[in-house]
Write a protein that binds this ligand. Structure first.
Ligand SMILES: [Zn+2]
Length: 343
């Protein structure tokens, strides 16, 4: 483990497995190739990553990402040029369609070449994020969001430090028991930011988020609907239609679908015999039991069949697509949730 050097575009990563840790490859590593992991948070802007590496490890990072000051979109394009993934991934492709992300990355990179935040704006927003982490005060996040507003309106979401800011924002809503806001932001991060921030399909952080989402769906399904949109909640700016769309979601089935995603991805990111995958298996058994008691139990059964057989299980696949369609409407509420932030 001590032999792994740092890169902001690593080919391996550390994964916790119960009380032990393991080094897992993110991409194919040849016999003589050097192993790199990331010592720092890739959601930070380059100068902050370099500063942290200088202060803690006494070197200036000269990795490709730092040298070229690559955007996450450029990294996505570079990595997908060199290592086209040939892995069969029927289930996950419904959620993360790789070709789609590559074409999005090139469009967004094009847009980025015409619009850039100044170094001062980036630094200002990052400082507010750091201050939030120290003080737990949401006001600093609002100030950071305000600085990044031009970036948000250009939809260049994956450029640091916005991903880190949204990460703090979802953690804040979670700490306030505002589960719908949490859900909107976390889904947005998982679907639109993670594929660029962590370009490998089985990056443990991407995979862990699937499991977090599954857990969030389960928790929301256990809440009485009235508590989802408390009238006292200052932050909920979602209108009647949006609230209606959320109430109509089948959170139990969404829980099952995301557990299936997490299971498939987790066997690769954490390993088949890992504590993580064992936990997912137990959660899957739980939700399958719950599904048996709902109506004729058909939905749970068809999803189970889809998990075992893939797209051959047509009914199950259709159900998954319907659930993901509903969730993509939820993701579309990100603007309302971000703008709902009071400044
Ligand atoms: Zn670097």
């Amino acid at each position: 483990m001590a032999l792994a050097n740092h890169s902001c575009s690593p080919n391996a990563t550390i994964v916790f497995n119960g009380r032990t840790i393991a080094l897992r490859a993110l991409s194919e590593i040849k016999a003589e190739e050097q192993i790199f992991i990331s010592y720092v948070d890739p959601m930070q802007p380059r100068d902050f990553r370099r500063q942290e590496l200088r202060e803690r490890y006494f070197f200036t990072c000269q990795c490709t990402v730092c040298q070229l000051n690559e955007t996450p979109y450029q990294t996505t394009l570079r990595l997908n040029n060199t290592s086209a993934s040939s892995t069969k991934r029927e289930h996950l492709s419904l959620l993360w369609w790789n070709e789609d992300y590559i074409s999005k990355a090139s469009q967004l990179q094009e847009r980025h070449s015409k619009f850039k935040l100044s170094a001062k704006q980036i630094e200002g927003a990052q400082l507010f994020i750091n201050r939030t982490r120290k003080t737990q005060k949401i006001e600093f996040l609002h100030a950071g969001l305000q600085i990044l507003r031009p970036q948000i309106s250009h939809r260049l979401y994956a450029i640091p430090p916005l991903p880190a800011l949204l990460n703090e924002l979802y953690l804040y809503h979670l700490s306030q028991d505002q589960y719908i806001e949490t859900l909107v932001i976390l889904l947005f991060i998982s679907l639109h930011l993670d594929p660029h921030t962590y370009p490998q399909l089985h990056h443990p952080i991407r995979v862990t988020r699937l499991y977090t989402l599954a857990t969030l769906f389960k928790h929301i399904s256990s809440l009485p609907t009235v508590s989802l949109f408390p009238s006292s909640s200052r932050s909920s700016k979602l209108n009647e239609d949006q609230q209606h769309a959320i109430r109509n979601l089948d959170f139990i089935s969404a829980n099952q679908v995301f557990l299936i995603f997490a299971f498939e991805a987790g066997t690769k990111s954490h390993g088949e015999d890992s504590v993580f995958v064992k936990e997912i298996k137990e959660a899957l058994a739980d939700v399958e039991d719950v599904q048996k008691m709902r109506g004729d139990g058909m939905v749970g059964r068809e999803l189970r069949r889809w998990m075992a057989q893939g797209d051959v299980a047509v009914e199950g696949k259709l159900l998954v697509e319907t659930i993901l369609g509903g969730l993509s409407d939820v993701v579309g509420m990100i603007g309302t949730v971000i703008d709902g932030v009071e400044i």
